[in-house]
Design a protein around this ligand. Structure first.
Ligand code: MF3
Ligand code: CO
Length: 259
């Protein structure tokens, strides 16, 4: 299993991750009432190419039967959890929450990150969902260090979210990343006793990404073959960073876009 990246790979990943974070910050800053999803996608695409990178989601297939993903940025609004599409005539509206998820190839290596943005006047319970999901990712990161396990990450995220009564999405999980868009191991955002026990090792590069609904955790795919929505129509938030595991903790590969 090629799970361990070399120090030189990690340096390259960090350069790509810094660029990706800047691009996500610009895209998040461009989100307001009336913003066109298609323009957001074009902006992200252009900035990646200008920086010497390549969008890693554009044309991506999760399995060989899937249609290729048509956008550079996944734009998931309200009840859309992940993999929402940039489309003509799709504009952001007052009160929306929008997850922007971006991935980029840079010098042969892939990084992956996401943030959720508030548009205009968002209801207090939905605002709280977004803030708690971000904080759950922070809690998950605190569980990371060589010698801990993948399960410790999910347990920390679950412990942060369950008191709030949220639904933690179970059908989608975090993942290794770097040589591919998705690598082993899978990283559930909840306790999964049946999962194989994977120990974290220095040099593993992981994308940790809690996806959390205000209502039930149950999701399904829309007819477009990509967009994952909550079954009960409740809004969902999503945050993601790429990190490298170190002896004592982790190195952030994709700096937080909101700091
Ligand atoms: N960060 C998302 C994930 O890891 C991006 C998926 S890429 C897509 O699942 F191309 F499948 F949309
Ligand atoms: Co990801």
């Amino acid at each position: 299993m090629a799970l361990i990246k070399t120090p030189s790979d990690i340096k390259t990943l960090k350069r790509g991750g810094a660029i990706l974070s800047d691009i996500l910050r610009h895209a998040a800053g461009a989100c307001r009432v009336g913003t066109s999803t298609l323009e957001l996608d074009r902006m992200v695409r252009d900035e990646m190419v200008k920086a010497g990178g390549k969008p890693s989601f554009l044309g991506y297939r999760i399995s060989s039967e899937d249609p290729p993903y048509p956008s550079a940025v996944c734009i998931s609004v309200n009840d859309e959890v992940v993999h929402g599409l940039a489309e003509p005539e799709r504009f952001l509206q007052d009160g929306d929450i929008v997850s922007l998820d971006v991935g980029m190839w840079y010098e042969g290596l892939a990084t992956d990150m996401a943030t959720t943005v508030l548009i205009g006047d968002v209801k207090p319970d939905v605002k709280r969902l977004v803030a708690d999901t971000r904080d759950a990712l922070v809690c998950g990161l605190k569980a990371v260090k060589a010698g801990a396990t993948v399960a410790d990450i999910g347990a920390a995220i679950e412990d942060r979210l369950l008191p709030g009564g949220y639904g933690i999405v179970r059908d989608l999980v975090g993942h290794g990343v770097g040589h591919d868009v998705h690598e082993e191991p899978q990283i559930p955002n909840y306790r999964e006793p049946r999962a194989p026990r994977v120990r974290l090792e220095e040099g593993m590069v992981l994308a940790i990404e809690p996806m959390v609904a205000l209502g039930s955790w149950k999701v399904h795919m829309k007819d477009d073959g990509w967009t994952i929505v909550t079954k009960d129509g409740s809004p969902a938030a999503h945050f993601e960073v790429t990190i490298a595991v170190t002896k004592k903790g982790y190195d952030l590969i994709t700096p937080w876009p909101d700091r």
